[in-house]
Design a protein around this ligand. Structure first.
Ligand code: SAM
Length: 154
């Protein structure tokens, strides 16, 4: 199992208050809940699984800054650009595929936290994310065979 998404463990990097946060692969909504508690202004959870979306909506119901959607098309336009924090805890193949789509949504100095990466592919994977020159690596966390990368947009 990949480690829990790392909003909780990334307090130091958590951007200033009233930021906008996108959580890709939100699952039960744990990360959007953490982000809201840490002072995020707008938080959007995205998950392709209808049941996960339902669960996350229930779990964050009490939190009126959060929205959870199943696809990007459902998400309101304001969420898709200039984000302070993007968190993604999905499978490695999709993380690779979404490199540009996740990176371009960050504002300058915005943080990208990627987890669900196996240690054995971490070096190659992280080079792939850094290759286009828009991100710096600021932190790498490891939990058993899983790695979580924290990157910052220049
Ligand atoms: C490992 S869980 C992460 C749950 C939660 N973010 C956490 O850290 O506890 C991965 C979730 O990503 C969703 N998912 C997988 N591929 C996705 C994609 N391409 N876009 C959005 N969600 C995706 C799955 O349905 C699942 O709920």
């Amino acid at each position: 199992m990949p480690p829990q998404n790392s909003v909780d463990s990334s307090r130091e990097e958590f951007p200033e208050e009233r930021n906008s946060v996108l959580d890709v692969g939100t699952g039960s909504g744990h990360s959007i809940d953490c982000a809201a508690r840490l002072g995020a202004g707008e938080v959007l959870g995205l998950d392709i699984d209808a049941e996960a979306v339902r669960n996350a909506r229930e779990n964050v119901e009490r939190n009126n800054v959060s929205e959870v959607v199943r696809s990007e098309k459902e998400g309101s336009g304001r969420f898709w650009k200039g984000l302070s924090l993007v968190v993604a805890n999905i499978d490695f193949k999709n993380l690779r595929r979404m490199r540009w789509s996740l990176t371009r949504r960050l504002k300058s100095k915005g943080i990208l936290i990627l987890s669900g990466i196996l240690r054995e592919v971490e070096e190659k994977f992280s080079r792939y994310y850094l290759d286009h020159g828009l991100l710096n690596s600021i932190r790498t966390d490891q939990e058993e065979e899983w790695v979580c990368l924290t990157l910052k947009r220049k």
